[in-house]
Design a binder for this molecule. Structure first.
Ligand SMILES: [Zn+2]
Length: 235
């Protein structure tokens, strides 16, 4: 599978101050990973194609950020179903080589997000979700609107989801445990730890990031391997 493919960014707020934390998060990841070449990052903003609504004013599939949200919205919960949104992003027609071709999608949304949970034990919401090698979604709803936390926390979560999307940390390490949907969580003092209890865990991750740096040595190593094109197995 191709690893060096563009990161396409989308958001559904148009111009907004949180955009700075998003761009900042990407810059930090590239610097931490010692990415020397120009990694392609394309900003689609609040994407709406010229044909995003039909004559009846109905949203046309795949043609706008509005449709992606609408199609995955659980109207009873008034939350966006993260699994469905990731599935749409991973299977979108834009991935066809004659259109955009293969890429990563990083989508920042304002709506509340959840992952369906058969046992009903989950917290009933999530802040970010990811499908490694394809896409990540971060919701600003809890962080900013419910918990009233600063942008540095949004940045922490965006950095986490970018790493998970790029396959960091590596599953092959002993100091990681399995997360949902093929992601892995690091066990060290590192933003790639599991975060569950809100808002305390995100506060702590951000505090550690600012004090000790974002990634532990092993995760930093994994990220640098990613950008140098080597795999964990090459060791
Ligand atoms: Zn780590």
């Amino acid at each position: 599978m191709k690893k060096f493919k563009p990161i396409n960014i989308m958001d559904n707020k148009g111009f907004w101050p949180e955009k700075a934390s998003l761009l900042d998060a990407i810059k930090d990841i590239l610097a931490t990973g010692h990415c020397e070449s120009r990694f392609p990052v394309k900003d689609f903003g609040r994407f709406r194609s010229p044909q995003w609504r039909d004559e009846e004013n109905v949203l046309v599939p795949w043609q706008s950020v509005d449709w992606y949200i609408y199609d995955s919205l659980d109207e009873d919960r008034m939350q966006v179903n993260g699994a469905s949104l990731l599935r749409n992003l991973a299977n979108e027609p834009w991935r066809d080589e004659r259109l955009l071709g293969d890429h990563y999608d990083l989508f920042i949304i304002e709506e509340d997000l959840f992952l369906p949970d058969k046992e009903g034990k989950g917290p009933g919401y999530c802040v970010g979700v990811c499908r490694p090698s394809f896409a990540a979604v971060v919701s600003s709803h809890r962080i900013e609107h419910i918990w009233g936390m600063p942008y540095s926390v949004t940045k922490t979560e965006i950095m986490r989801q970018i790493c998970f999307m790029l396959g960091v940390p590596s599953h092959l390490r002993d100091d990681v445990s399995k997360g949902p949907d093929a992601t892995a969580f690091c066990h060290n003092t590192c933003i790639l730890r599991e975060a569950r209890d809100a808002p305390e865990h995100w506060e702590k991750l951000t505090e550690d990031r600012l004090k000790e740096g974002a990634l532990c040595n092993s995760c930093m190593d994994d990220l640098r391997k990613f950008f140098s094109g080597r795999s964990h197995k090459d060791n």
